[in-house]
Write a protein that binds this ligand. Sequence first.
Ligand SMILES: Nc1ncnc2c1ncn2[C@@H]1O[C@H](COP(=O)(O)OP(=O)(O)OP(=O)(O)O)[C@@H](O)[C@H]1O
Length: 294
Amino acid sequence: MNVIEIKNLTKTYGKSRGIIDVSFNVEEGEIFGFIGPNGAGKSTTIRTLLSLIYPTSGSARIFGKDVIESTPEIKKHIGYLPAEVFYYDNMKVKDLLKYSASFYKKDCTARINELADLLELDLNKKIDDLSLGNKKKVGIVQGLLHEPKLFILDEPTSGLDPLMQQKFFELLERENKKGATILFSSHILSEVQRLCDRVAIIKEGRIVKVDKISTLKETTYKKFKLETTKTIDADYFSLPGVNQFEAEGNKVTFIYKGNINDILSKIAGIELSNLWIEEPDLEEIFMNYYKKEE
Ligand SMILES: Nc1ncnc2c1ncn2[C@@H]1O[C@H](COP(=O)(O)OP(=O)(O)OP(=O)(O)O)[C@@H](O)[C@H]1O
């Protein structure tokens, strides 16, 4: 079942583009990564999903319901962490969280304490006295305290140190095992690669790819590293499917997409002292999508 269904969403801000014809689905129980560089349209898509802004055209459904028609009902079951969190600085953390919890018809005290313990957040501090990372933790607890069925997290790790990022990922994995579906936006590829089942890649407002991380990594490209006995001509590997070609002395590296036999017969034409064929990491795949249309 699809928890999120986005169909042909377009949002323009006056004359400037926000997102153009964005479509993808997130299935129940997935950890889904939404990846793209600054300004690509991640926050615009997420804000439209939450009906914080309205689309110029297209539609979106969450839990099978239209996001505009059923906003209050849907929101009860969503935990949202915005990219930037703003608070009334004078409040204590525990008072702010108590206030947030009052919107839900259940006692969230135990859950707040558990999340605060896990994230090492001092509930007795004033928001004003917190560092940026600790403010982010308040946002995380605020987003998760009502045990939502769907988490929508916009750049959740910015401001967290690596140890805290690790704890946060463990928390997400645990909540996912308990049944939560997670949509997670990021411009950091390694964290998406670690955590997510599938990703949508967005570039300049348009989705350029939706795929499983494993498919992106395994079937799309291969990374070749060669050591040759003699220096080869610079254009020896200028054939379709070869990208990111680099040669230094007798060492050659490139990424290849295409019929594996074609490239192997080309390699067979030179004398090698060593050869590695590896899966590229997500970063290299990502760069490829970004370079392709430039
Ligand atoms: N309120 C606004 N008014 C005008 N243009 C906007 C507004 N909000 C976003 N945009 C534009 O829409 C495009 C997408 O921005 P968006 O914030 O969705 O990107 P993003 O992928 O979330 O990037 P970032 O990681 O930097 O937040 C950008 O070109 C941005 O300048």
